[in-house]
Design a protein around this ligand. Structure first.
Ligand SMILES: Cc1cc2nc3c(=O)[nH]c(=O)nc-3n(C[C@H](O)[C@H](O)[C@H](O)COP(=O)(O)O)c2cc1C
Length: 219
């Protein structure tokens, strides 16, 4: 797959089939991901892949309660927008789509074939995310959809460590969970605010000399 296609179309693909991901595919994905940069090349990461149904069910129970809590708090404005906004407003349509997709994951986590948990050193979050994005890109190249999630560790760190059989001794810190599976839907270019609207030139606040009104990659 062309790098551009992977970069433009690797989105949060939460709806996936229950079909298992073969071990050699998982191995290829993680082997690619460990090429990622890390501060001082310390490579302080651990990846735990869970396919066991009972474990995934326990994770799902916590995840569902956590998402409901997020919807009540951090995402309250988005929830209000979905409920009260103009249903034809593109922002409302997008918010509704993301909400439905997030709800699907919360209701179906146990049927997602693989969950990848990423651990790093305390305060080592910045060295984990390049590797996680590489997991997502490498998975994309294998036709596997992923969704990066952090809510479990925001709310349920001790419970999650117990479920995963990981020590709570402060040596390794859990940062994120990636759901992984073969998508039920189709890939598309991720919708984002245009590049020129989020970039400055030479000095803060000065507009850039170029414009990219539409993505430079399309199917
Ligand atoms: C740091 C971080 C944390 C995230 N946490 C969650 C999460 O807990 N649950 C979830 O469903 N998606 C989570 N996401 C995924 C975002 O919702 C997703 O990247 C965003 O909505 C864009 O979606 P798209 O790529 O499909 O357009 C997270 C993404 C990032 C980068």
């Amino acid at each position: 797959m062309e790098l551009s296609e992977a970069l433009y179309t690797t989105r949060a693909m939460r709806r996936v089939k229950p079909d298992p991901i073969p071990d050699d595919v998982i191995a290829r994905i993680i082997d690619a991901a460990v090429r990622a940069p890390s501060g001082g090349n310390t490579q302080r990461w651990r990846f735990l892949i869970v396919t066991n149904h009972e474990t995934k069910s326990r994770v799902q129970r916590l995840y569902s309660v956590g998402l409901a809590e997020l919807n009540r708090t951090q995402y309250k404005a988005t929830m209000d927008l979905i409920e009260n906004g103009d249903p034809n407003d593109p922002e409302v349509i997008q918010a509704r789509k993301t909400h439905r997709s997030a709800t699907w994951l919360a209701e179906n986590l146990a049927s997602v074939p693989a969950l990848l948990f990423a651990f790093g050193k305390p305060n080592g979050e910045s060295s984990i995310y390049p590797a996680l994005w590489s997991v997502q890109l490498a998975a994309r190249a294998e036709g596997i959809g992923t969704a990066l999630t952090t809510l479990l560790f925001k709310y349920y760190r001790p419970e999650m460590l117990e479920i995963l059989g990981a020590p709570d001794d402060g040596v390794w810190e859990p940062f994120a969970m990636l759901s992984m599976g073969y998508p039920t839907g189709r890939w598309d270019v991720a919708k984002r605010q245009p590049a020129h609207e989020v970039s400055y030139q030479e000095r803060w606040g000065e507009p850039v000399s170029w414009r990219v009104p539409n993505p430079l990659f399309s199917y």
